[in-house]
Design a protein around this ligand. Sequence first.
Ligand code: CO8
Length: 263
Amino acid sequence: MTEVRIHEHLVEDRRGPVTWLRIDREDALGALSRSLVTRLGSYFDELHTDDEVRVLVLTGTGKGFIAGADISEYDRVPQAAFDDYQRLSRRVFTALEQLPQFTIAAVNGYALGGGFEVALCCDMILASERAKFGLPEVKLGLLPGGGGTQRLARATGIRFAKEAVVTGAFYSAQEMFERRVVSRVCVPGDLAETARTTAESIAGNAPLAVREAKRLIDQGAQTPLDVGLALEQQTLSSLYATRDGAEGIAAFLQKREPQFTGK
Ligand code: CO8
């Protein structure tokens, strides 16, 4: 375990092919200052081309995952500065969503506003029983600006998204599980271990196959079925031609563990 502080409020821990990124701002429940969002953006840009990392686990500290934008930075700032923060958040959240690596949000506590939006940009959400999810921006006279109105509606259907956005209510991990936003709910002490075993099992599979599966499913959600099916065929065919495709089949037949190289 080698933790490296890459920002005042961000700690990276590289464990072989799995990288953990922890928001370390317990006193403000992980609130996203402009400086923190900017560093997340440069981090995601660097990670995009890092083939060593196969799975990213994003988590928080204490009772906060991310309690949204840092509200203290937005008291009567000029309109241009406010708009600029929104643009920055949108770009950074989309960069997270578009990472080629598989991403897991291990939600330990409050995931509110921008924090819920960050989780919605991850491929999988695991949650502690203590987690709380919500988009409370209407209580500030605002709206979600990091994709909340769009990604929650796509994840849960428009009726629940409208309810969540117009009430600003907080929802339990169990309710988010029932709405298929959260994949697994854990007792608080088990969250890190569940995230670790999940991440390692994904990282142990053929890297190209995992990447292509993520890309295909994301792309397929935005294309007609026949186009998605054609893409699936093409991608499978090209995976069969890779060294890892041959290795996976050979290892099965020889009753041994495959040695995948990502080629
Ligand atoms: N920004 C800055 N500081 C925060 C935030 C935040 N989002 N959330 C909590 N904190 C701080 C508190 O001010 C407090 O600091 P201090 O100890 O110095 O007073 C500390 O964290 C602990 O918080 P509480 O004492 O409030 O803890 P509680 O357990 O009583 O309550 C809550 C926890 C319910 C999570 C409560 O803190 C809360 O409601 N937080 C705000 C949540 C929220 O509204 N988030 C959405 C923000 S808006 C957004 O994300 C979308 C972007 C919109 C544009 C940007 C403009 C703001």
